[in-house]
Design a protein around this ligand. Structure first.
Ligand SMILES: [Zn+2]
Length: 696
């Protein structure tokens, strides 16, 4: 067969699966046909199409109106959205060297493509004219919001700058795109290179399920028969919690926190300084004193001061709790006859021991009840009860890896609503973390378009023939990502750019974090947490101990989060010249806030992908906590109704939060749901930080 030759000849035409109509069920991407060499030609075509669509808007001789400008913009770039969605899904969830190479090229081409659009003076002139006259245009609420968001997006990209400043902005954007890709490739590189082999004598304290996962991790890397710890969080954290070998804990911990900071070819220190310098320059060009001021203006928080005030309010009680916990852990070491000071690689291990002693609970005892399949079932069932949607697995839809599962989602009336892909297991081709993304967003601009939503996690696979057993944290992550997933699947807006999760970053974690609450409800656990071998439900006594243990070690968790959020804010609100030496800056900032020496940042700068692989979470890591103020308060609406699935509250939740995407102002949407502003202490109460610490 001359298939390769034919493909080479025709990659710009219909032989390229990215460019032809998809004949799959629901027109999903034909992953089984797509190869790396298809992407560049497809992107080229997509750029050409999109540029032509934009030119048609710009050159339209008729006076600007909502339809010929704003709606036309919404209709543009469909091929680009389609190709990008497939590409970035693969780059994150199942990459290979060829794709990573293409990624470098694509990120640069993407910046070069978007710059002239976002800074097009004629296009911006049309948008400004409409925006100035918006009160006279007779727009619906959603259209008004769309016009406002479109204007803001262009304005903030620099569309209103003079030509010299625009040229410089364009260069900065290209450079930043390049640096962001480099940062993430470095991180992936350091994560892929390192592993610790666990000999028979190195397994003290490790559970059977951990060793099984360590075996599959070895197998994934072509080391069958061996067992390894990798630098994925789902490997490192349980190891640090349970390994009785202090020397190995130290090794794993040090490798984990050194990712991107090893002075090798994957070192990220230089990239960070360059990124911060360029961001600062861009912010100044746009008229803001700092990147944080620029970034936060377009958020619920609005200012760096508002963010700092929330973080400091939480920091004080969290730090006090962590210091008290530290003393208890040190006492436990002494009690056991240990003659050493608690180190960062000891914290999780002794905290787990203390938790077992105090709450008589350990993760290993509950894991057999939290099989992945049962927790997926639980997440689906809660959605059925709240929103009436049902899930049916489909085996006929092509995916990017045999482990990926697909479900069809139907609404109450049995009508097709969405497709949901779950890609749950860690593997070397996947970047670390857990995320939700989409292959297609909901919209109904030209007829109903049903969304295709993806959840990606990094859970350890079960041993051969055994199910994957989740830790309580994993189960929570599953619900978290599924909450984001529902935000995408339940979306019911007209315009694509307002769809699903297209909301402020400090609002986007509300649907996900709120959904976590159902995972820890006794009613849900009694039904779905069943022993994977016997089918027995979770015993009441273990359930109670599990729920009690949830508030345990919250000082530590809150400290590692808030310190990371604070350092993010400082990086982006101080002059870039101050953070020229990233390590020294990190040390100084941690000292300033009184960081307990036994706890490290949840993400050290050199591995802080949230901040440096793109700018989505830059000066925005606090968002999780901003959203948590709302989710802690929001679940109270169900508790007050006396039913965690109360139909009236669930309907408001759907109408005001999960289905409305970015079509409403988030503050207004929250108040519509709850009837009032969120009550800020709910967060401290939920984390158990209001009691007994003596601090306020
Ligand atoms: Zn999230």
């Amino acid at each position: 067969m001359s298939e390769t030759l034919e493909q080479e000849a025709d990659l710009h035409g219909p032989a390229n699966p990215l460019l032809k109509a998809w004949q799959t069920p629901f027109e999903t991407p034909p992953f089984d046909e797509i190869a790396p060499e298809h992407f560049l030609p497809a992107f080229e075509q997509a750029f050409v199409d999109h540029a032509a669509e934009i030119a048609a808007i710009v050159n339209d001789p008729s006076a600007p109106d909502f339809h010929n400008t704003i709606t036309a913009l919404e209709r543009s770039g469909r091929l680009l959205a389609k190709v990008s969605a497939v590409f970035y899904d693969l780059v994150s969830a199942h990459s290979n060297p060829a794709l990573l190479e293409i990624d470098k090229e694509v990120s640069l081409r993407m910046a070069r493509h978007w710059n002239p659009i976002m800074m097009n003076a004629v296009l911006f002139g049309r948008i400004v004219m409409l925006h100035d006259n918006r009160a006279t245009l007779n727009l619906t609420g959603e259209q008004m919001r769309l016009l406002d968001r479109t204007y803001t997006r262009f304005h903030r990209a620099g569309a209103g700058l003079d030509e010299a400043a625009k040229t410089r902005m364009a260069a900065i954007n290209e450079h930043l795109a390049n640096l962001g890709t480099t940062f993430s490739h470095h991180l992936l590189g350091d994560e892929q290179e390192w592993f610790l082999e666990l000999g028979e004598g190195d397994r003290d304290g490790l559970s059977d399920s951990f060793v099984a996962a360590a075996r599959s991790a070895a197998e994934e890397r072509g080391m069958s028969g061996k067992a390894i710890v990798t630098l994925s969080r789902s490997s490192v954290e349980p190891f640090l919690k349970s390994s009785a070998r202090r020397d190995l804990r130290e090794k794993v911990y040090k490798a984990f926190v050194a990712r991107g900071d090893n002075g090798n070819a994957n070192d990220n220190n230089t990239s960070i300084v360059e990124i911060l310098t360029l961001r600062q320059e861009a912010a100044r060009l746009l008229g803001y004193p700092t990147f944080a001021a620029y970034r936060l203006e377009d958020s619920m928080a609005k200012t760096p001061e508002a963010v700092r005030s929330l973080l400091e309010r939480v920091w004080k009680p969290a730090r006090a709790r962590a210091l008290a916990d530290r003393d208890e852990l040190q006492a436990l070491i002494a009690e056991e006859g240990g003659n050493f000071a608690l180190a960062p690689w000891d914290w999780r291990y002794y905290a787990e021991k203390l938790r077992q002693a105090k709450a008589n609970f350990d993760d290993a005892s509950i894991k057999p009840y939290l099989s992945l399949d049962h927790m997926i079932e639980a997440a689906f069932d809660c959605a059925t009860r709240l929103f009436g949607v049902t899930f049916t697995e489909r085996k006929d839809i092509p995916t990017w890896h045999p482990d990926v599962r697909v479900w069809e989602v139907k609404d109450r009336a049995g009508k097709h609503k969405a497709l949901f892909y779950g890609d749950y297991f860690a593997r070397p081709s996947k970047r670390s973390g857990a995320w939700m993304t989409s292959l297609r967003d909901q919209q109904k601009l030209d007829g109903e378009v049903a969304p295709i939503i993806i959840n990606v996690c990094n859970f350890a696979k079960g041993a051969e023939g055994q199910p994957s057993l989740l830790s309580p944290d994993d189960a929570r992550t599953l619900f978290h990502e599924f909450g984001h997933g529902l935000h995408g699947m339940m979306s019911d807006v007209t315009y694509p750019s307002l769809s699903g999760t297209s909301v402020f970053t400090d609002f986007v974690e509300l649907p996900s974090q709120l959904y976590e609450h159902w995972q820890e409800q006794p009613q849900v656990l009694r039904q779905f947490a069943r022993h994977y071998q016997t089918g027995e439900p979770l015993p009441d006594d273990l359930l109670q101990r599990f729920l009690d243990a949830r508030k345990f070690n919250q000082g530590f968790a809150t400290v590692e989060f808030v310190s990371s959020a604070l350092i993010d804010l400082e990086f982006h609100s101080q002059p870039a010249s101050v953070s020229r030496d990233v390590r020294a800056f990190e040390r100084a900032e941690l000292e300033k806030i009184g960081m307990p020496a036994e706890i490290s940042l949840r993400h050290r700068p050199q591995q802080f992908g949230h901040l440096f692989t793109g700018d989505h979470y830059a000066a925005g890591y606090y968002s999780y906590m901003w959203s948590e103020v709302m989710d802690a308060d929001a679940f109270g609406a169900f508790e007050e109704a006396g039913d965690i699935f109360d139909p009236a509250v669930a309907k408001r939740l759907l109408d005001d939060i999960y289905s409305s995407g970015g079509s409403r102002d988030p503050e207004e949407a929250y108040v519509a749901f709850r009837g009032r502003d969120p009550e800020p202490d709910a967060l401290l109460r939920r984390r158990g930080l209001l009691e007994k610490t003596g601090a306020v």
